[in-house]
Design a protein around this ligand. Structure first.
Ligand SMILES: Cc1cc2nc3c(=O)[nH]c(=O)nc-3n(C[C@H](O)[C@H](O)[C@H](O)COP(=O)(O)OP(=O)(O)OC[C@H]3O[C@@H](n4cnc5c(N)ncnc54)[C@H](O)[C@@H]3O)c2cc1C
Length: 460
């Protein structure tokens, strides 16, 4: 597996899909705003430098469209390199390198608002994907919120209830964004602060519109190349305020490119409180629409930065409150995905972690569920130079295991690597253990006089 710059590190249809969705939002998205804008999705000057409090992930800055084209070329080289070095490689990309991050913020705010409104109507009981809204509840809630009178919401319910089963679930609801324009006109919500009817949360200037199109075209070019080179393309997860948009765009790519095999993988950060909801909803989309689902599961690299921003700006921390809570979330997500792999197939995951307990748990659950290590459904990923004591035994035992390889111009990769080596306490925890293990092995070989060792899988 190769990842660009040291980091975790004819497009017509995709553009149509995404733009249909985007333009429609542009036209008609009258979202629920209870207290003005969501602070999480506003750009703040003091957090403009996304390298602050961050060592474990490469950060890209928007300079101009030419720089984004240049980044895309690096990613293309990276995909070619992964394709040439193995038959089943991965490459990883970051969307903030491919367009103006401000676009991702705006889109994220829209998507989050739409989901918040669903939760407001459907309530908070049970798994998000299992919640159903009956016509009676729908009408009562809209009336209670002052959105529209019962007699008017009847038509609305019928339009949203896509599969006509008499209830609305999240999958129906998300189709709002691809729905008919006329219906949207009904969807005007009062702003509780100003008392005015709010509209058009997301408006794009001509320039922004062009930038968004170009970003989607770049993503599409990369996905096409990955498909052509038989490389799986992972979309890295970034800061939580970009994630709703990144995930949504990754899902659009999956819809287009994962019809016959998993080419596109999205990333889920399990330190985020909503990780379980997000991945279960996305798996439901893939099952309903019959495309392959690809996911990389990580704990998350931006913890300090997330906490600081939430605290200083004054919104609730999107991350789990403790390391233990993150672990619990990770295990819950992982276990659910493994069970769905067993049940439905058509799902591939990469367990991207250096945590030995997580690896052991995965191996154990694969055994319990009879998911074969060579079935090419579950992969493991670690960073090059880290946790070799986990990677090599997994590989020798026949599991699909990959190293994330820093890739890119030396002048960018080296400073990034040295920063990470100096600053990242989480990643460096394993290094002491690794040196101890190497030392023990050296002692063993000296003692037994057995200086050369060929791993089992390599013996003739
Ligand atoms: C192959 C690979 C790809 C990756 N890709 C991405 C990516 O796309 N996006 C991304 O964000 N990260 C990515 N990461 C980094 C990953 O998210 C973790 O930061 C890193 O792997 C450490 O987590 P761990 O599971 O390996 O180990 P552990 O040491 O068990 O976990 C450390 C992690 O636990 C969490 N944590 C620690 N303390 C607390 C606390 N007090 N409260 C809540 N949570 C806490 C943090 O997420 C921290 O990074 C990737 C890692 C690998 C190996």
């Amino acid at each position: 597996m190769t990842a660009y710059t040291g980091d975790f590190a004819s497009n017509g249809r995709l553009i149509n899909i995404v733009f249909f969705f985007f333009f429609n939002i542009n036209f008609f998205l009258y979202v629920y705003i209870s207290a003005g804008r969501d602070k999480r999705f506003v750009a703040y000057e003091q957090f403009g430098d996304r390298r602050d409090d961050l060592a474990s992930a490469r950060t890209f800055f928007y300079e101009d469209e030419m720089k984004c084209d240049k980044n895309m070329k690096f990613f293309l080289d990276c995909i070619d390199a992964a394709g040439e070095s193995s038959e089943d490689g991965f490459a990883a990309i970051k969307l903030t390198a491919l367009g103006r991050p401000q676009m991702l913020l705006q889109l994220s705010e829209c998507l989050t608002s739409i989901r918040k409104l669903f939760v407001k109507i459907a309530g908070t009981e049970g798994d998000l994907i299992e919640r159903k809204v009956t016509k009676e509840t729908f009408q009562a809630q809209l009336e209670k919120m002052g959105i529209m009178a019962r007699d008017k919401s009847d038509t609305w319910f019928t339009l949203i209830d896509y599969n006509k089963d008499g209830v609305i679930d999240l999958l129906d609801w998300d189709r709002l964004m691809q729905a008919d324009l006329k219906m949207s006109k009904l969807f005007r919500i009062p702003n509780m602060v100003t008392g005015e009817m709010e509209s058009l949360l997301l408006t794009l200037t001509e320039d922004e519109d062009r930038q968004m199109k170009k970003m989607i075209m770049r993503m599409n070019t990369l996905a096409e190349r990955a498909k052509e080179k038989n490389v799986r393309l992972m979309i890295d997860a970034e800061q939580s305020y970009f994630q709703p948009a990144i995930s949504r765009l990754a899902m659009e790519l999956m819809r287009k490119f994962n019809k016959t095999r998993p080419v596109i993988f999205n990333t889920y950060q399990c330190y985020l409180k909503d990780a379980y909801d997000n991945i279960t909803v996305d798996m439901s989309y893939s099952r309903n629409e019959n495309f392959y689902f690809g996911a990389k599961l990580v704990r998350g690299a931006y913890l300090d930065q997330e906490r600081k921003r939430a605290w200083e700006i004054g919104y609730s921390d999107p991350c789990c409150e403790s390391y233990e809570a993150t672990n619990q979330n990770y295990m819950m997500v992982l276990d659910t995905v493994l069970r769905q792999i067993k049940q439905y197939g058509k799902i591939n995951i990469m367990v991207a972690s250096h945590n030995e307990d997580t690896i052991k748990f995965t191996v154990q659950r694969m055994n319990d569920l009879c998911i074969g290590r060579r079935d090419q459904l579950v992969y493991f990923g670690q960073l090059l130079g880290m946790c070799d004591q986990i990677t090599y035994p997994l590989g020798q035992a026949g599991y699909g295991v990959y190293k994330y390889v820093p890739y890119g111009p030396v002048e960018e990769v080296l400073p990034y690597l040295s920063r990470r080596a100096c600053e990242n306490r989480d990643l460096m925890k394993g290094v002491g253990k690794e040196s101890r293990l190497l030392y023990d092995e050296l002692k063993r070989r000296v003692k037994t006089g057995n200086f050369f060792y060929t791993p089992f899988g390599y013996r003739k």
